[in-house]
Design a binder for this molecule. Structure first.
Ligand code: TA6
Length: 293
């Protein structure tokens, strides 16, 4: 079924975005606004009523069918980065570079629900991916992966969420005290985080391992706390490129790194998923914006 065959509720509009990339615009006075590109099934904007945008999007993002949009929530699948051995391309897998098909859009008591599926291509792993987005009082992102083969299949996944913050120097990341992480800028051995609150003052790229923890980004200047909770996820990745790495990325504008922080809901490396023949696994991230007293 083609995307254009899907009936849309009055709050969902299919429109043409930059460079003609198709996007779904959610405009609903109960739940604010959102934009989801079919390219990568990438939500790039969610603005709840009475809030500043919750997702960050680079002003330098390139909207092209062979490049990942810089911001929002890229879907890393079926591997993360270069994969467990570091030799897989494209980086973060093929899902975010492909146009997904809309299969359902509905206005429900919980919010506007949108469902997309990843079209299969030659060479793909035998995995069928279905992504469900609910734009409600929270933003709920759910990735269901089904093994269509007769053998177990291993894969990695991450909802690579770019959160919008007032100033990276002003925010604190709570919820990961006591959790172990792999420092991607350091050695191979896990480090147990002793700080109650993580503060970012340089490039930071951590894969927390074996943690179901809910993460809170406390933002005094925006007087809000962004809460990322999850199910079906063993890993959380926390990333800010800081100056040098951001400057090396053409789709990261000057100083933009100061207004973003990635808190990624994931199953990667030792947390990779092994799904049996005909079985499915679902990972869900729920993002909420709460006022800060
Ligand atoms: O999740 C953090 C990370 O793996 C960083 O190491 C950095 O590479 C980032 O993802 C962005 O990757 P991308 O391929 O989107 O430029």
């Amino acid at each position: 079924m083609a995307t254009t065959d899907v009936a849309l509720p009055h709050s969902v509009h299919l429109e043409s975005g930059p460079n003609g990339l198709a996007r779904l615009a959610v405009r609903d006075n109960r739940y604010g606004t959102a934009e989801i590109y079919l390219h990568g099934a990438q939500i790039t904007s969610w603005v709840p009523p009475e809030h500043a945008p919750v997702l960050w999007l680079s002003a330098a993002s390139v909207f092209a069918d062979d490049v990942a949009i810089r911001g929002g929530v890229p879907i890393c699948f079926p591997w993360f980065g270069g994969g467990p051995r570091g030799d897989q391309r494209p980086s973060h897998g093929y899902a975010r570079l492909r146009e997904w098909e809309l299969t359902r859009a509905a206005d429900t008591p919980d919010g506007v629900e949108i469902e997309l599926v990843l079209p299969h291509a030659a060479g793909d792993l035998p995995l069928a991916a279905t992504y469900r987005i609910t734009v409600g009082t929270s933003l709920v992102l759910s990735l269901e992966v089904r093994n269509t083969s007769g053998e177990p299949v291993a894969y990695e996944e991450a909802l690579h969420t770019y959160l919008a913050v007032s100033d990276i120097a002003a925010v604190g990341v709570e919820g990961l005290a006591g959790e172990a992480y792999l420092d991607r800028l350091g050695g191979p051995d896990p480090i147990v985080q002793e700080e109650q609150v993580v503060r970012v003052a340089d490039e930071l790229d951590r894969i927390y391992v074996g943690t179901p923890a809910t993460v809170v980004v406390d933002d005094p200047q925006l007087r809000r706390r962004l809460v990322v909770s999850k199910t079906g996820s063993q890993n959380t990745v926390v990333w800010n490129p800081w100056t040098e790495k951001a400057r090396a990325m053409a789709d990261f504008g000057d100083e933009e790194y100061r207004t973003m922080l990635c808190v990624e809901t994931a199953n990667v490396r030792t947390g990779a998923v092994v799904v049996g023949p005909g079985e499915s696994h679902t990972m869900t991230a729920t993002i909420a914006a709460q006022p800060r007293p």
